[in-house]
Design a protein around this ligand. Sequence first.
Ligand SMILES: [Zn+2]
Length: 101
Amino acid sequence: MKKCTECKKGEMLELSAKTPEGFEYNYFKCNNCDEEILNMKQLHTVAQKYREMKRFNAKISLWGMSLGIRIPKELSKKYNLKENHEVAIIPEKEGMKIIPI
Ligand SMILES: [Zn+2]
């Protein structure tokens, strides 16, 4: 067991939590003074998850009676999307997932 470097009395317990984006990560928390730390491995893991979740912004526009979004070039390349390709739109709790079919 790791001793707490802050109060020098407690033990650091490994716990897990979620970032606001929903990434689970581990951290250590002192069972005496509540000091919380991440070691380099834990920090690396959560940083890697953030890097993988690169965000793209797109504006919604009106196309006829429907709404459309422009897919950024980088993403259409990555997923090999071409004009007239069909995709599946899967509703999820906090948004939609677009799957090439
Ligand atoms: Zn402590």
